[in-house]
Design a protein around this ligand. Structure first.
Ligand SMILES: *[C@@H]1O[C@H](CO)[C@@H](O)[C@H](O)[C@H]1NC(C)=O
Ligand SMILES: *[C@@H]1O[C@H](CO)[C@@H](O)[C@H](O)[C@H]1NC(C)=O
Ligand SMILES: *[C@@H]1O[C@H](CO)[C@@H](O)[C@H](O)[C@H]1NC(C)=O
Length: 244
């Protein structure tokens, strides 16, 4: 199940502007949501209605959302679904993000992706709510997840991690293989996913022929070296070469 969710999510992030929900999204029942904001002690801080604008792929209340002062996690569901079902009975997709408790605005791109994704799932006769947890870098990278024998251990469906941490999670068998999505991307768009990345990134996201993640943000680091030091050492008889 998790695997399926991941595929769909990545599809959305990348095709956000081409997702054409075949449902009539001008129909209010697909654009009305309820968001709940929770604090550090699991306390409900705020709860309000949101209206999604499928033309600009944002909530109409964007300015308000940007100003949310504190959010340990948020929970969002379609309003119509909540009339038909108990909140507890609706499947939930959990994203772990890296921000601090006062930086919810940084999670907004994911929140704004949810209704597009939601309509795609709805088209298949299913539904889901979405939760974004701001757990921070350390827990994102290292915390134990998904233990079938211990339900108190959280089981996020999606985690924002750096590429080095991705390798660590892969070794712990925490990461699903998304080869199928990558192949489908090519079939659907006629462009290989790999060709959209720089060649170094392709290596970062593939291990043992498995695609493991999709880049959201690329952070390049540079290595500087001092030619004088190299030249000096070479003069002294060391066999040192400039880095490539
Ligand atoms: C979509 O829904 C709106 C509002 O319910 C309705 O006015 C419109 O005719 C619908 N469009 C289509 C193509 O069904
Ligand atoms: C389940 O995990 C929690 C949190 O790590 C831990 O405190 C608890 O002892 C675990 N329970 C079992 C039965 O392993
Ligand atoms: C490079 O190394 C030389 C010799 O050690 C030193 O004098 C110089 O300040 C270094 N240059 C920089 C930019 O650090």
């Amino acid at each position: 199940m998790e695997f399926i969710w991941q595929l769909i999510f990545f599809l959305l992030i990348y095709n956000i502007y081409v997702v054409n929900a075949h449902l009539n999204t001008t129909d209010e029942k697909y654009s009305k949501f309820i968001i709940e904001i929770y604090g550090e002690e699991d306390e409900l801080l705020d709860k309000f209605h949101l209206n999604y604008d499928f033309l600009i792929h944002k909530f109409e209340e964007d300015a308000l959302l940007k100003k949310i002062p504190t959010a340990q996690y948020i929970h969002i569901c379609n309003e119509n679904d909540l009339k038909e079902k108990n909140k507890e009975d609706i499947e939930i997709l959990i994203l772990w993000d890296t921000n601090k408790i006062n930086e919810f605005y940084k999670s907004l791109p994911y929140l704004n992706a949810y209704p597009n994704w939601y309509t795609n799932i709805k088209k298949q006769g299913k539904t889901f709510c979405f939760r974004i947890d701001n757990v921070g870098w350390k827990r994102n990278a290292y915390e134990e997840i998904c233990d079938s024998k211990n339900k108190t251990i959280a089981c996020p469906n999606l985690i924002i991690v750096g590429t080095t941490q991705l390798t660590y999670r892969y070794q712990k068998e925490d990461v699903a293989n998304i080869n199928k999505y990558i192949n489908n991307y090519y079939k659907k768009n006629g462009v290989s996913f790999e060709s959209l990345l720089n060649k170094y990134s392709s290596n970062d996201y593939r291990i043992d022929n498995n695609w493991l993640a999709i880049p959201v943000l690329i952070d390049l680091r540079i290595l500087k070296f001092n030619e004088t030091t190299f030249d000096y050492c070479n003069k002294k008889g060391y066999d040192l070469h400039y880095p490539p």
